[in-house]
Design a protein around this ligand. Sequence first.
Ligand code: BTN
Length: 263
Amino acid sequence: MKFNWPAESIWEQIQPVWPDFTIDIVSQTDSTNTQLLQRIRSGQTAPVMLVAETQTAGRGRMGKAWASQAGDTLMFSLAAPLNPEQHGLSLVLGCAVITALDTIGQKLKIKWPNDIWYAQPDPNTGQNLWHKLVGILVETILYGRQRYAVIGIGININPPPQQSTYHTPPGYLKQLDPRWDAPSALACVAPHVAQAVYNFNTHGLAPWQQSFAQKDLLAGNRLYTSNGIQGTGAGIDLHGNLLIKTADGLKTISSGEVSVRPC
Ligand code: BTN
């Protein structure tokens, strides 16, 4: 499959934010996140975006594999300096991706901390089912005295292999609008993501709180966490921690290694 990647236009939009920014596009790698972490470890710390048409060892949150097939998923990572005093980057990224996909953005919600889902009526039952469209993996690394974020984003374009143990099949962009493909999704999303990281380093989560509240899939819904908490989503606190109303009062969950699912 031949892709027409908008590398130059993306570079032109991001270079004013980071003058030493570069973008690389490869046909295959193990994992774009793994590659960018290795670059930073070897001292290559300038902001960089790596897009891969295929990944042989894609990684998801909590040590899970992220499966994909060439052309079915947009896969890219961005490595950039991170202000370690700010919290909630993954929520800001979710908001930025939804804003970037604006023609369909109003259908999309963020499932804390950083998945993007949408609801679609089940053709058999008419009941609304939630489908995961975007996965985001944020990893951080210290080099010298500076912390860096490596932000990996996977967006399903066509129906992908089952990526997780969720009960509903994954969602994909072409289901929402058949005009999307991987290059057009990258063209929309990449500049928004870079700008969001840059702004986050200065202003943190605060300017995004309202945007997140409008996109919060869990707010007001019954949910349970992988560490055994059940309750109702009650938004986030100032640091981006999830708030859950439970029978024993309000619980605060930090993103770490907890997964949350709507009941
Ligand atoms: C998740 O849903 O658990 C996060 C999935 C993140 C997948 C993307 S694809 C590009 C980047 N490279 C990886 O190996 N993972 C991320």
